[in-house]
Design a protein around this ligand. Structure first.
Ligand code: BMP
Length: 276
């Protein structure tokens, strides 16, 4: 039922504010594409954000991989987010006790809470991790307004330790913390019941033509554990709402054209899913 609903209809039912906002953005921009900017210089990241901006709903960063991070960079990225209308997700994958992640979220070198609309969080430490992030936000910027997280319930990598039992518990945590959780990072929709919860699925790449399109939707791996599925497969067979594409776009000869292609293919698959 949830998967057959349009993003507009799901936004109406969403209990998390950022989840509703993102679902509406996806519907109005007709984009379910999140580009992963796994690059090492701020110039490259800003250039990519400006190039793919018109085609994406989320721009995903790993700022701890940058060799020249600065607050000027963050300001410029926020400007681009405004110009092109996308959300910024810092893929920090917080994974420590509540007190520690709170510090990592609002302080440190990066002051993530000041600029990232969305962050990713591992479920591993249990509910305390959410309390840590939320209580720090409350002290730091007096509330959760305009901030939310995605809980990593299941990873895309080969032989991941996110077993079905772990995944189930992570989903439970997501379902019970609608105050701060906008969605989950997952490879399937099994067990996700909240209508507003958004499924973010990484490991997406259009299969290279000479390999021939494989019927199971697999489109290879990267030699370091990453496993890829086609856009069509993740949306129609695995329930992806937002698809994360990194190297499929950043390594393309023309990243604007690649982003437009991924956006179009993903949107068509979504339309097919909801029967539009
Ligand atoms: P690529 O499309 O180049 O393989 O990049 C995938 C991106 O998604 C990376 O930024 C990675 O950190 C992220 N990711 C992932 O690949 N698998 C997961 O399970 C969770 C992720 O966040």
């Amino acid at each position: 039922e949830r998967l057959r609903m349009t993003f507009e209809a799901r936004a109406e039912k969403a209990t998390n504010t950022m989840s509703a906002r993102l679902l509406r953005l996806m519907a109005s921009k007709q984009s379910t594409l999140c580009v992963a900017a796994d690059l090492s210089s701020t110039d490259q990241v800003l250039q990519l954000a400006n190039t793919v901006g018109p085609y994406i709903c989320i721009f995903k960063t790993h700022v701890d991989a940058l060799n020249d991070f600065s607050h000027k960079f963050v300001k410029e990225l926020q400007e681009l987010a405004k110009t092109h209308n996308f959300l910024i997700m810092e893929d920090r994958k917080f994974g420590d006790i509540g007190h520690t992640v709170g510090l990592q979220y609002v302080a440190g070198n990066f002051h993530i809470a000041d600029w990232a609309d969305l962050v990713t969080v591992h479920a591993l430490p249990g509910p305390g991790i959410m309390d840590g992030l939320v209580s720090c936000l409350e002290t730091h910027q007096s509330g959760l307004r305009d901030r939310a997280c995605f809980i990593v319930a299941e990873m895309s990598s080969k032989d991941t330790l996110t077993t079905p039992a772990y995944r189930t518990e992570a989903l439970k945590l997501a379902e019970t913390r609608a105050d701060f959780v906008a969605g989950v990072v997952s490879q399937s929709a099994t067990g996700i019941s909240s209508i507003g919860l958004i499924q973010l699925t990484p490991g997406v790449r259009i299969p290279v033509a000479q390999n021939g399109a494989q019927t199971n939707g697999s489109s290879g791996s990267d030699g370091l554990g990453q496993q890829y599925n086609s856009p069509h497969h993740v949306v129609l067979e695995r329930g992806a709402d937002v698809a994360v594409v990194g190297r499929g776009i950043t390594e393309a000869a023309n990243s604007a054209e690649a982003a437009e292609l991924y956006r179009d293919v993903l949107w068509k698959a979504y339309q097919q899913r909801v029967g539009e």
